[in-house]
Design a protein around this ligand. Structure first.
Ligand SMILES: Nc1nc2c(c(=O)[nH]1)N[C@H]1C(S)=C(S)[C@@H](COP(=O)(O)OP(=O)(O)OC[C@H]3O[C@@H](n4cnc5c(N)ncnc54)[C@H](O)[C@@H]3O)O[C@H]1N2
Ligand code: MOO
Length: 376
């Protein structure tokens, strides 16, 4: 069986995850969720004509007699108003405070054109306008727009919860490693990286290269997805394949035509949870997470695969497989490889502004290159 291409593997990852059931959440707790329906304005926004300035609502031309009554404004009269206040019936415009001069109960100033400094009702949205489309991730600004439009509960799909398993007998969690030991870089790197890609780590655990331990950890999980790091090799010390055999997992791919990260694998467990197995080399793990976690999230939240931005290469990019992922820095002329990007290194990625998605056999300077945008 030939390995799928990087693009095919992203499609396979999206298709491996069933969309979550939508739920109704309060706007205040909905940050990071994905809308499961078009959300419309429940009334006009703003709900009424409102003043854009502190000053006076004026009717007719000046000088105006300042009145403090509640009724309609008569021609030749002015009434104090604050930003966001509703101009009284009969008002033609608002005169900002710095443009008027008060002399007793008279207000002097140039008459503003009709409607000046008054925001019409429905200027931003009419009742029924779609203000946040289905499939949008709720950001702070979108939560604000929904609140302004009158929403309390919103129909959304939550971000998938991930059980993260970091494998390796050689790993240590603190200090400088001795020969034969390796400082675990996945536990500090992957939870925030997954979060930036739209998946929340509900639990993470370091697990020995032991099939039974791995199977036990996964069985206990109520998370929506499993992500593991390491152990994807085919040696007897590498437990992923054996764990999948033991669990009766449906393997969707066992390797992808990409570098680094070609051992990345994906299976679906009998209970329906997808398990993405990232390779152990640190850069390979980061780049395969950047490649396939967004696809799993897209499946779970029922949205299309995210499109890649395009940039210009300012240097040659070598292509060593169907797809080569190259951490790159942005110069005034375009992207250049960041360096320090062998599979066991992370310095290049740490400094990179983007990851170039380089097709075979590579790209020359001046060509356009798709990129994974920086979230790391
Ligand atoms: N005979 C072959 N050997 C290897 C192949 C191959 O095709 N044939 N592929 C190489 C590639 S490429 C990769 S990537 C790795 C994938 O192996 P595993 O997923 O089984 O990863 P490990 O063996 O567990 O670890 C590989 C490497 O990464 C270090 N590592 C693992 N976890 C961590 C961690 N949490 N923090 C820091 N470093 C970690 C580990 O110590 C190893 O050095 O296989 C190659 N070999
Ligand atoms: O592909 Mo490995 O994942 O190069 O380090």
């Amino acid at each position: 069986m030939t390995d799928p291409s990087w693009e095919q593997a992203r499609e396979l990852a999206r298709a491996a995850v069933r969309p979550a059931e939508p739920t109704d959440l309060n706007v205040h707790g909905a940050l990071g969720t994905t809308t499961a329906a078009d959300l419309c304005a429940l009334g006009p926004v703003p709900h009424a004509a409102t003043s854009a300035m502190d000053g006076w609502a004026v009717a007719g031309s000046g000088p105006w007699r300042i009145d403090a009554t509640d009724g309609p404004l008569e021609p030749g009269h002015a009434r104090p108003i604050v930003t966001g206040g509703v101009p009284p019936e009969g008002a033609d415009a608002v005169l900002p405070s710095e443009w008027g001069e008060v002399d007793g109960d008279l207000l002097h100033g140039d008459a503003p054109p009709a409607g000046r400094h008054v925001r019409p009702a429905g200027e931003e949205a009419q009742e029924g306008d779609v203000i946040v489309a289905s499939g949008s991730v709720l950001t702070p600004a979108r939560l604000a727009v929904l609140s302004a439009a009158g929403h309390d509960l919103v129909r959304v799909r939550h971000a998938p919860l991930v059980r993260l398993l970091v494998t390796g007998d050689e790993l240590i969690g603190a200090g400088v490693p001795a020969a034969g030991q390796v400082r675990d870089v996945m536990t500090p790197m992957l939870p925030p990286l997954l979060a930036a890609l739209g998946a929340k780590t509900s639990h993470h655990e370091r697990v020995h290269d032991d099939v039974s331990a791995l199977v036990a950890q996964v069985g206990r999980s109520d998370a929506d997805l499993v992500v593991s790091a390491g152990g994807t090799g085919r040696s007897s010390a590498d437990p992923i394949e054996s764990a999948w055999d033991r669990l009766g997992a449906d393997v969707r791919f066992r390797g992808v035509d990409m570098r680094p990260g070609h051992p990345v694998s994906l299976a679906v467990l009998p209970d329906g949870r997808a398990w993405l197995a990232l390779p152990g080399n640190p850069l390979a793990a980061a780049l395969t997470a950047l490649s396939f976690v967004p696809a799993l999230v897209a499946g779970f939240t029922d949205v299309p695969l995210p499109r890649l931005e395009q940039e210009v290469a300012a240097a040659a990019f070598e292509g060593r497989a169907g797809t080569t992922l190259v951490p790159a820095v942005r110069t005034s002329d375009g992207l250049v490889p960041a360096g320090a990007s062998r599979p066991h290194m992370l310095r290049g990625l740490a400094d990179a502004d983007a990851v170039a998605v380089v097709p075979s056999p590579g790209l020359a300077a001046g060509e356009r290159v798709p990129v994974l945008a920086r979230v790391w």
